[in-house]
Design a protein around this ligand. Structure first.
Ligand code: SF4
Length: 140
């Protein structure tokens, strides 16, 4: 699956769930997106739910901002670095990188930032379309 396909499908799932929560407050919606509740009620939101595993072994893992707003990507590449195509990056320079012979992908596996309740609260009004637009601009 490409970055764009995953991101597009994920943001649509996110929006669909939000539509069903229109009667809830911001804090109630954030609570709703806790890993345990999402796994119980939206098994198809994340592939890991079906295996009862988490992307990060942390308490109070929140799934609202998965597809982190700091992540930038392009299936065509966003940069060229020492002969390798850079397909993704973190605009806050957190995490690390997977480097292969021809490609560099960003590695968020060590970063819990977008799964923390405070981060979700601070970035509650994420506009996924805006991120997609930024991605297209950066990759031109
Ligand atoms: S490293 Fe952390 S902050 Fe950066 S894009 Fe990945 S999850 Fe987001």
């Amino acid at each position: 699956m490409t970055y764009t396909k995953w991101f597009t499908e994920h943001s649509q799932k996110h929006k669909s769930i939000l539509k069903t929560l229109s009667n809830k407050s911001k804090n109630e919606i954030i609570d709703y997106f806790t890993y345990e509740n999402m796994r119980a009620n939206h098994i198809d939101f994340c592939l890991l739910y079906a295996t009862n595993t988490k992307c990060h072994n942390m308490k109070n893992l929140n799934c609202y901002a998965c597809g982190c707003p700091y992540f930038r990507f392009s299936d065509d590449g966003i940069d060229l670095l020492k002969g390798r195509i850079v397909y993704s990056k973190c605009i806050k320079s957190l995490g690390s990188q997977y480097v292969s012979e021809n490609a560099i992908h960003h590695d968020c596996s060590s970063c819990e930032v977008p799964h923390k309740t405070k981060f979700v609260s601070d970035n509650f009004d994420i506009d996924w379309n805006e991120i997609m637009n930024e991605v297209s601009i950066e990759s031109k």
